[in-house]
Design a protein around this ligand. Structure first.
Ligand code: COA
Length: 228
């Protein structure tokens, strides 16, 4: 099992999302090269007081999301933040946006096929001290230790964090709550797949829900996609 080679021609994200989901990504240093001219007036107002890096990341995410909307046959409309910052997608669309230094991505699909999508990108580097203790269960820490021994080239602790961020983004739009990092128990398969069992009090269901996804490490990044 090598670190997934899905970042060939199609980029990191394209190989992770299910068929029918449109993935768009940008590899660029937006601290230097950013541009926020493509925002609508309402979108620009959202980040008017933000630092340039945040404005540029927000604008790049909106641009990628609008490209994906067009690919899905929709109009490239403004996308405003809704409750707790989740993007408000046009009716019939689900999607997700992520950005970290050097990378921005958006993934969108039809709401008739998915309840929600979540994507997250992180630097492929160990978590800062004391974070793992807050986000990982005892079971997760056991498999993290085993995997770290077998494949030290993967930033496993950061991967767990990345998975839980993507799962949150695929959970929140449906349930309107945060299960908390300890409310999601993650299992990895032997390839690039994962399943998170999420338990949380929610408007839609108080039951445990399984959120599936895939991950990749490449180009100094970890990228995860989750869907339900
Ligand atoms: C919201 C959160 C996921 C953002 O993640 P991040 O790694 O800091 O930043 P990213 O760049 O990857 O993602 C930011 C994007 O997430 C999206 N987002 C923000 N809040 C969201 C929410 N409540 N639901 C879904 N998507 C959300 C937005 O599109 C945002 O970008 P934008 O403001 O430019 O539109 C994070 O701050 C958070 O709250 N994490 C908690 C996760 C958690 O509790 N997990 C428990 C296990 S399920």
């Amino acid at each position: 099992m090598g670190t997934r080679g899905r970042d060939g021609d199609g980029g990191l994200l394209a190989g992770l999302v299910p068929a029918g989901v449109v993935a768009r990504e940008l590899v660029a240093d937006l601290r230097r090269d950013g541009d926020d001219s493509g925002l609508s007036a309402e979108e620009a107002a959202v980040v008017a007081a933000a630092v340039p890096r945040r404005r540029h990341q927000f604008a790049a995410g909106r641009r990628l999301a609008r490209e994906a909307l067009v690919d899905l046959g929709r109009a490239p409309v403004p996308i405003l933040p809704g409750p707790r910052g989740a993007p408000t997608w046009p009716v019939g669309i689900v999607g997700s946006v992520t950005h970290c230094d050097g990378y921005v991505a958006a993934a969108l699909g039809e709401a008739s096929r998915w309840r929600a999508l979540g994507i997250d990108a992180e630097p492929a580097a160990p978590l800062p001290p004391n974070v793992l203790e807050r986000i990982a269960s005892a079971t997760e820490r056991t498999w993290l230790g085993e995997r770290s021994t077998a494949r030290p080239e993967v930033a496993w602790d950061r991967l767990l964090f990345c998975v839980k961020e993507a799962v949150f983004k695929a959970w929140f739009p449906v349930h309107g709550t945060s299960p908390g990092f300890r409310g999601a128990e993650v299992r990895l398969d032997d390839g690039d797949g994962f399943v998170a069992s999420v338990t949380g009090r929610s408007r839609a269901s108080g039951d445990q829900v399984e959120v599936a996804g895939r991950w990749v490490q490449g180009r100094g990044l970890l990228v995860c996609a989750a869907w339900s």
